[in-house]
Design a protein around this ligand. Structure first.
Ligand SMILES: [Zn+2]
Length: 285
């Protein structure tokens, strides 16, 4: 699953390739998209905006229509020059959007819809900007309120609820809990308001730091925002806990634990020592 910051970077790159330019070619393997294109051809329209909203990538056209894609586990958008060789097989192509300079290709994009403005937010359950960690309109108080409503759920699960806080993926979930010294298995009802506010602020801070122009593609939480010049083959080298099961905690030296958590069976990493349960109980991993 691409993290919110990955989609944000994709949207930024797609925006640079597409915004302000007329579409020359639109193709898709999805009948609903091609039918929409038959009725209201995208060729000749200008791309006015490309944005990420939670895990949705939205391409807005001058007609008012929006192409919304959700990349889930498998999908990705690539940007090529005309004539450049694609990095995925042609049979993975789902959507092609071209202009005079670029060919953008959506590979194995599992969810794609064309929508009119008034359908947009409702039809896709696209998270509103106020709960999107990467949006200018982010409202920390609103997110804290939504989070506190999930009283009986574990915080490690709640951080992944896109209708509570949009843009936190599974890597960031573990990192945010570590940075705020929160056990991912703690029920929300056992967290005080100060802790909830710290979780919300840290979510935004860590994820925003990862979408700076110079932040590269790897997620970096440990080591601040210092950019490594050498290529790290192990992505967990720049993280506090994620992917580091069995290795020593970077703060206390205790063994980092790993456990499958929640109804969606997502993997969670944490340090028992640095992230105790409020009542002193232990969750083992
Ligand atoms: Zn520790």
């Amino acid at each position: 699953m691409p993290e919110g910051d990955t989609i944000f970077r994709t949207a930024r790159a797609m925006g640079r390739a597409l915004i302000g330019k007329p579409v020359t070619v639109f193709r898709s393997t999805y009948p609903l998209l091609t039918r929409f294109d038959d009725d209201t051809p995208l060729a000749g329209q200008i791309v006015v905006r490309v944005e990420s909203r939670g895990k949705w990538l939205l391409i807005h056209f001058s007609s008012g229509a929006t192409l919304a894609t959700h990349l889930l586990m498998s999908g990705s958008w690539h940007i090529y020059r005309h004539g450049e060789r694609w990095q995925q097989p042609r049979q993975n192509m789902r959507i092609v959007l071209e202009n005079a300079e670029y060919v953008t290709v959506g590979f194995r994009v599992p969810v794609a819809k064309m929508l009119n403005p008034h359908d947009l937010e409702r039809a896709l359950r696209i998270p509103p900007a106020v709960i999107d960690v990467l949006s200018e309109g982010f409202d920390a108080a609103e997110v804290s309120t939504r989070l506190l409503q999930c009283r009986d759920e574990e915080i490690g699960d709640v951080l992944l609820h896109q209708e509570v806080i949009a843009g936190v993926g599974n890597v960031f979930k573990s990192e945010i809990c570590f940075v705020t010294a929160t056990s991912p298995f703690c029920k929300v009802s056992a967290l005080d308001l100060e802790k909830v506010e710290a979780l919300v602020a840290t979510s935004r801070k860590l994820i925003k730091a990862n979408v700076l122009e110079d932040s590269g593609d790897a997620i970096v939480t440990y080591g601040g925002r210092k950019r490594r010049t050498t290529h790290e083959s192990d992505p967990s080298a720049s993280l506090w806990v994620y992917g580091r099961a069995g290795e020593p905690c970077r703060k206390c030296g205790e063994r980092i634990r790993r456990r499958i958590q929640g109804p969606d069976a997502r993997v969670t990493f944490w340090c028992q020592q640095c992230q105790p349960m409020p009542d002193g109980s232990f969750v083992d991993g």
